[in-house]
Ligand binder design. Structure first.
Ligand SMILES: Nc1ncnc2c1ncn2[C@@H]1O[C@H](COP(=O)(O)OP(=O)(O)OP(=O)(O)O)[C@@H](O)[C@H]1O
Ligand SMILES: [Mg+2]
Length: 362
């Protein structure tokens, strides 16, 4: 029934042996001392050296009583140490069972926290770990569901259109072919983004760091976005100082971050809106801010916009040419994080929406 390696057996066994040894030693010592003291007493008061049958019987009965009392204490000790050891190891056994279930992939395991001692602390940490694993598993499942959805829909459209063209149901007009090419380009971008995201998540993304002027990158990104803004009669105002401290940056990745923020500002604000791109030098960092007016992000959506595949209801319903895949901000956050910086967003109906990237100087 007992595992000879179990802590319960070791604890109960060693405590019992210690107790048995102490009780036996005490009895032997007490017996010896009692016999000597009793001999001295008879010699002094009765002036006889040898014990008579009455004295021998007295000593014998005291010896026996002492051994019975000792045996009682040893048995009590055995019961108490077994109960105590079982009490200490019960939560550990529960933890082992729960950990084995987690190992088999059942992440909803939790163990009761019955104390605040080391075992209780271990149970608390275990519960936190199991909750985190369960959350990660859910996030991973959602992530794959989103990838499947994002890939399946355009692929089904492309397949249907190609089938219709090959069977002669629809004409392969330049417009249709152009729309198909756009869809393939979007898929290509999506796959590249997914690869970069997974590489960044495991810190495997290669960075080509060079001392770079963030202001220069911002100006280049502003120039590239201009045709898109012109199409929607949007105004871009740039406030970028001529001289900024150079930072060790991967220029391509940072251009991607600024580009996504500018495209977002254009895509998610209305025609004729105003967009502002500012770069500021602070004592400890360089701050880049992209702000736009237009409809703001509802407060309940704001904490989710950096999640992979998150898109607001209005963004999901956008026209195909305007539709993104909800990976831009997740990627931007990863890129900024691997440069040891931060990215944050604020959005109010009065001040519009603003995204701020802070890159540390050191
Ligand atoms: N400037 C903005 N104004 C209003 N909403 C925004 C703004 N920037 C982002 N959002 C909201 O955050 C969501 C996530 O943005 P993100 O850049 O990650 O994805 P996307 O632009 O929809 O697609 P992708 O960038 O992958 O092409 C957007 O769908 C939109 O709902
Ligand atoms: Mg985007």
């Amino acid at each position: 029934m007992f595992d000879r390696h179990s802590i319960q057996l070791k604890l109960a066994g060693s405590t019992f042996l210690l107790l048995a040894f102490t009780v036996c030693s005490l009895i032997v010592l007490t017996n010896a001392q009692m016999e000597t003291a009793f001999g001295d007493y008879i010699a002094l008061h009765l002036a006889v050296m040898d014990h008579g049958p009455a004295e021998t019987m007295f000593i014998h009965s005291v010896h026996q009583s002492l051994w019975w009392v000792g045996l009682f204490f040893i048995l009590m000790g055995l019961i108490i140490t077994s109960v105590l050891a079982a009490g200490i190891t019960r939560p550990l056994r529960r933890l082992t069972k729960a950990a084995a279930a987690v190992e088999r992939g059942h992440f909803n395991q939790r163990v009761p926290v019955g104390s605040r001692d080391e075992v209780g602390q271990l149970a608390t940490v275990f519960n936190r770990m199991a909750a985190k694993l369960s959350q990660n598993e859910q996030a991973q499942r959602d992530f794959f569901a989103s990838i499947t959805h994002e890939l399946r829909t355009p692929l089904a459209v492309l397949q249907g259109t190609l089938e219709n063209m090959t069977t002669g149901v629809t004409e392969p007009t330049p417009e249709r072919l152009f729309a198909m090419q756009e869809e393939v380009m979007r898929l290509n971008r999506l796959v590249t983004d997914l690869r970069d995201l997974s590489l960044a998540a495991v810190h495997e993304l290669r960075l080509h760091l060079r001392l770079t002027d963030l202001g220069q990158l911002a100006r280049q990104s502003a120039m590239l976005i201009q045709p898109l803004l012109d199409e929607r009669a949007q105004q871009l105002q740039c406030q970028i100082p001529a001289h900024l401290t150079m930072l060790p940056l991967d220029a391509d990745r940072m251009r991607q971050v600024i580009g996504n923020l500018l495209v977002n500002a254009s895509r998610h604000s209305g025609d004729g809106s105003h967009i502002c791109l500012t770069v500021n030098e602070q004592p400890d960092c360089i701050e880049l801010c992209v702000a736009n007016d237009g409809p703001c992000i509802p407060a309940e959506e704001l904490p989710h916009i950096f999640e992979k595949f998150y898109q607001s209801q209005s963004a999901q319903g956008a026209a195909d040419s305007q539709r993104g895949s909800g990976l831009g901000l997740a990627l931007a956050q990863q890129y900024v994080a691997i440069h040891h910086g931060t990215i944050s967003a604020t959005s109010t109906p009065e001040d519009g929406t603003a995204f701020t990237v802070r890159l540390p100087k050191s």
